[in-house]
Design a protein around this ligand. Structure first.
Ligand SMILES: [Zn+2]
Ligand SMILES: [Zn+2]
Length: 444
């Protein structure tokens, strides 16, 4: 199915033409010895830097090295020493220093972080990169954006897509259960972000593409159908999950940004990620946090579906002044607050004039908004799926304290200038009520 969307340009009804730059996607047993080697030979790559960490080396790196040896392809292995490699500027520097500067191509062996680092570094040094993916744990394998932390803020750098990606279904099925669960969390996040995207179209008139949404929605459906197999670690079912995640990546490529793959569920995840990093805590998988964020975001839509706002009164609700807002942001984001404050100065999304304009649109389109909110998959359904994989569904289950959970709901929307259901709740003067309700449910 995914082959239908890559290596070609699609003229779309939305008025844009969509294309993905990734040329080769192979999901096949024995892919390292066969298709990867063929790809390298066919393209004349004779000298590689193989990038991995200890775990991915054991899972696939060793097999890669053996296959390269056997075929007389020269390589240097750059193995990160940390147990959990951080996706930040220090790891970028580490990789640049460990790179064979004469190599023809960088081969990323691993999942999320290894790929984001290789994607970024390969673009910066002007080299191609390709990937042997080891787990269906996130959607970023073929996206053009690299999610990295810079100056304590998680940002998406527009870089480039890999030339080719290779996956072995058996390897995917044998991936640690929490990594598979992370992939499910990241994928279920699309349920929310596609809704956030529609919401932005309704309220702001933001560009939206039904074709892209449709691709991702169909992928979500397939994964829901394969639920039992995924939970059992079946290779084919996990390949279905991976393909869905890749399609979400294609969606980002098609849109030219991460809108079809990232809404407020991701912003909450980014918030916890930044805080954990700042506090030197053990990192939690991206999709695990996204899954938890998704449950909260879908609760937000359920909350919206029950609202009957009195628009005349909403305009009169007193809003935090910029000074008060700045103080709260500093308390929530610590060292990362400088960037958040800069972003708000630029976007002015909380300015009263912009708010009034949005409120007028919300009032006019309220029936449609309410219908959208009522039509989304229920939070309980997503939580059920995650529980089947023994994955956390609430922030307290990954060690997030009450206040940090509350802050995520209140301030995640400040991380990006991107309209989501959390911004809608703020616009309606309901965000704090919603945050209190969820926190009360979770923490008592
Ligand atoms: Zn389109
Ligand atoms: Zn994600």
């Amino acid at each position: 199915m995914i082959e239908n969307y890559i290596a070609r340009t699609i003229d779309c009804e939305c008025g844009k033409s969509h294309s993905s730059n990734v040329e080769t996607i192979v999901i096949n047993n024995g892919v390292i010895e066969n298709e990867l080697v063929d790809f390298l030979k066919k393209n004349g790559y004779k000298r590689l830097t193989v990038v991995c960490d200890n775990k991915s080396y054991a899972v696939a790196g060793e097999t890669v090295c053996k296959a390269l040896d056997k075929n007389g392809i020269t390589y240097k292995v750059h193995k990160f020493r940390e147990e959990a490699v951080a996706p930040n500027e220090y790891s970028v520097g580490n990789l640049i220093m460990g790179l064979d500067t004469e190599c023809d191509i960088i081969l990323a062996v691993g999942s999320g972080t290894i790929n984001d680092l290789c994607r970024y570094v390969s673009a910066v040094v002007g080299k191609e990169f390709c990937t042997v993916g080891t787990a269906p744990s996130m959607d970023g394998y073929i996206s053009g954006g690299s999610a990295l932390i810079y100056n304590n803020l998680k940002l998406t750098f527009e870089t480039h897509t890999p030339k080719a990606v290779f996956f072995d279904p058996d390897m995917l099925g044998n991936a640690p259960r929490d990594m598979i669960a992370s992939g499910v969390g990241d994928l279920l996040g699309k349920v929310n972000c596609l809704t956030d995207w529609r919401l932005a179209k309704i309220i702001l008139g933001e560009w939206h593409c039904d074709f892209i949404s449709g691709i991702v929605e169909a992928a979500i459906e397939k994964v829901c159908d394969a639920r039992d197999g995924i939970a059992a670690g079946d290779g084919e079912a996990c390949a279905t999950l991976l393909e869905a995640l890749l399609l979400s990546g294609v969606g980002m490529d098609f849109a030219g940004n991460s809108r079809p793959a990232s809404g407020c569920e991701h912003h909450m995840s980014h918030f916890w990620e930044m805080r954990y990093l700042l506090e030197g805590r053990e990192p939690v998988f991206h999709g695990t946090k996204v899954g938890i964020g998704t449950v909260i975001a879908l609760k937000a839509y359920e909350y919206v579906a029950k609202l009957n706002p009195d628009f005349d009164k909403i305009s009169g609700i007193s809003r935090a002044s910029f000074k008060e807002w700045e103080k709260s942001v500093k308390e929530a984001f610590f060292d990362a607050s400088t960037e958040i404050i800069e972003l708000e100065k630029k976007s002015g999304k909380n300015d009263v004039s912009k708010l009034e304009k949005r409120l007028a649109s919300i009032k006019e389109n309220w029936a449609e908004i309410k219908k959208l909110a009522g039509s989304v998959m229920k939070s309980a359904e997503v939580a059920d799926f995650l529980k089947q994989l023994d994955a956390p569904t609430r922030p307290n289950e990954i060690g997030v304290e009450k206040e940090m959970a509350w802050q995520a709901i209140m301030y995640a929307k400040e991380i990006r200038d991107r309209y989501t259901v959390l911004q809608l709740l703020w616009d309606l003067g309901e965000l704090e009520n919603f945050a209190d309700m969820v926190i009360n449910e979770y923490y008592g």
